[in-house]
Design a protein around this ligand. Structure first.
Ligand code: NOJ
Ligand code: NOJ
Length: 591
């Protein structure tokens, strides 16, 4: 599209157009096309989604090679997060009825039994459904545990706006029950692989152990999923507090701490990148990480590396490693200098359609850079650490570590270079956008021509979010500011450990929950407020699996929490010793 524009301009005279004005033109022309492309893929009245139930988003109208005429929970949540941000940010006030259709559609979808389970046994993480809202029962990489978290984040963004705009009743009666189902799923099952969470029906045994990544291929922990889960629980706990649903707060906060702790383990210090997947036998270099960084951007969190904010030293170092991994493997990138923008894909080892660049991943690089610029300008300085030095040296070989105020030439040089770098990624997206402005999923690594699913809804959403970021719109604050990793939870990952399953038979009333606390860091040192929540998947047996140090004596008790009132088990304390290795099951009855 950019080439077309340039040739048109050449006919009209010898005006020299700066690269940024070319990108300005692209953003202006592509924005309405992307918005229309996105809306065309939402039922019931989207022009390319006939047959889709009201409020359901089709991934793409493509029915063969690949067949994407399904609704994915992830794609839908990211698409509606974009719509909800536009609505709550005041950019488009007409979108509310559509958002309400999404609410109704997802509430129904949550209740559909599917190969991942029922609403209470894992079915919330089923990755995709038929477009009439029925279960897809064919083989698939399931479950995918980012779905419930992303959906909760979309709804919480809407809920926060409603609370601020005098419609708390709708939040409490309609949205909160939907959000709570997803968040309880995240709290209980965010990364579990152990049998204790299975229900007894053998048909469900196959999927529930698994946790597939966003690319639906790798069955292991995944950075994007973990980061999305962490964000959802933090926001959920804040929303719960604001609407008086306080019984969930302790449980969400405890698991958010554990997840934040686990999030740190993806960082690869020697490689200077985030290992996106812990399985799969790949390098781990993956767009998963840039997508996570833009999805969890919180403009008030500065360049904090704890949550891998877009401008954090770790996220910038990671971005360079990620981008560089595509320089030599795509024909269309050859001849581009080593510090200039290139087309990027999902991960360098990708073989899907022979492995090509994707529009939404190339756009994500630009978006992470625009998000960074928002923060540097807002805080009036930029910091270079040994971790981010290689990233900055791309633009200024003489760069050194330190903090550079906005009055310094280093700040000016680096921010304008990053702006140009970001615009160059958008120019690449523009260059390979066909003249009608439509976005497929991929573009050919050698020919540059559109490839795979046409009119991919997520591609359109990615264009809208990167354009907003370029204009300086930052997405909603979600509570990333000042977060620290809880030391107790982290200690449970050090040294020889065993997996201990706690089962306790306890009859409870509706709204009452069972927690565990005891004499070890990993048992939260007898704290009732940060005690570990148990799940009731096999009610009246409440269960949780905790990683404890091996060969260790410990004492513990279960507590009941109802309306924030804590009731301890009667004395004496329970006592156990963990074995040297392996796993260990404790069966108790509430006293
Ligand atoms: C379809 C998935 O959606 C895609 O991500 C994956 O690469 C291919 N199947 C091949 O496994
Ligand atoms: C394949 C992608 O890998 C996956 O992330 C996406 O959800 C589906 N296609 C549908 O767009």
């Amino acid at each position: 599209m950019r080439l077309v524009l340039l040739s048109v301009l050449c006919h009209y005279g010898a005006v020299v157009f700066s690269q940024s004005s070319v990108v300005n033109f692209y953003v202006a022309t592509e924005s309405p096309i992307a918005k229309a492309g996105l809306l065309a893929n939402i039922g019931p009245s989207g022009s390319k989604s006939s047959g889709a139930k009201a409020g359901l988003v089709i991934a793409s109208p493509s029915t063969t090679n690949p067949d994407y005429l399904f609704t994915w929970t992830r794609d839908s949540a990211l698409v509606f997060k974009t719509i909800i941000d536009q609505f709550t940010g005041g950019q488009d006030t007409t979108l509310r009825p559509l958002i309400d259709l999404y609410v109704t559609a997802q509430a129904a979808l949550q209740q559909v039994s599917n190969p991942s389970g029922t609403v209470l046994t894992g079915g919330l993480a089923e990755p995709k459904f038929n477009i009439d809202g029925t279960a897809f029962t064919g083989p698939w990489g399931r479950p995918q545990r980012d779905g419930p978290a992303l959906r909760a984040t979309a709804f919480i963004t809407y809920a926060n706006w409603l609370v601020a705009n005098t419609n708390e009743t709708f939040v409490t009666t309609t949205l909160w029950p939907i959000i709570k189902l997803d968040l309880d799923y995240v709290m209980n099952l965010w990364n579990q692989t152990t049998q204790v969470f299975l229900i007894s029906t053998s048909a469900l045994l196959t999927g529930v152990y698994d946790r597939f990544d966003l690319w639906e291929e790798v069955d292991s922990s995944s950075f994007f999923t973990t980061a999305a889960q962490h964000r959802a629980l933090r926001q959920g706990s804040a929303l719960a507090t604001s609407i008086g649903q306080t019984s969930v707060v302790a449980g969400y906060n405890t698991q958010a701490g554990n997840i934040l702790c686990f999030l740190q383990s993806y960082w690869n210090p020697s490689g200077g990148f985030i290992t996106a997947n812990t399985g799969g036998g790949r390098s781990g270099i993956d767009a998963n990480t840039a997508l996570a960084s833009i999805h969890t951007f919180d403009p008030t969190a500065g360049c904090d590396a704890t949550t891998f904010q877009p401008c954090s030293d770790k996220a910038l170092s990671n971005l360079k490693v990620y981008v560089d991994s595509f320089r030599s493997i795509y024909g269309i990138n050859s001849g581009i200098s080593a510090n200039a923008a290139v087309a990027t894909g999902r991960y360098p080892e990708d073989v899907y359609f022979n492995g090509n660049p994707w529009y939404l991943t190339t756009a994500a690089v630009a978006e992470q850079l625009y998000d960074s610029l928002i923060v540097w300008k807002q805080q009036g300085s930029l910091t270079i650490t040994t971790t981010s030095l290689a990233f900055f040296k791309q633009f200024m070989p003489s760069a050194t570590t330190g903090t550079f105020a906005s009055s310094t030439s280093a700040f000016t040089t680096l921010t304008s270079s990053v702006q140009t770098f970001a615009d160059d990624f958008l120019s690449i997206v523009s260059k390979y956008t066909p003249s009608n402005g439509g976005f497929s999923e991929q573009f050919d690594k050698n020919a540059g021509t559109p490839l795979s699913a046409a009119d991919l809804t997520w591609s359109y959403a990615s264009a809208l979010t990167v354009f907003s970021a370029r204009q300086g719109f930052s997405s909603a604050v979600w509570g990333a500011k000042g977060l620290t990793v809880p030391s107790g939870a982290c200690q449970s990952f050090v040294g020889p450990t065993v997996q201990v399953t706690f089962n306790v038979v306890a009859t409870t009333q509706f709204g009452e929950n069972i927690f565990l606390t005891g004499s070890l860091d990993a048992l939260q040192n007898w704290s009732p407020t940060s005690a570990i929540p148990l799940n009731a998947n096999n009610y009246p047996t409440w269960s949780v699996v905790v990683t404890l140090p091996a060969n260790t004596d410990f004492q513990y008790k279960y507590i009941r929490v109802f309306n924030s009132v804590v009731t301890w088990e009667s004395d004496p304390n329970n006592e156990q010793t963990t074995p040297a290795s392996g796993s260990f099951v404790i069966d108790d009855t509430w006293r």
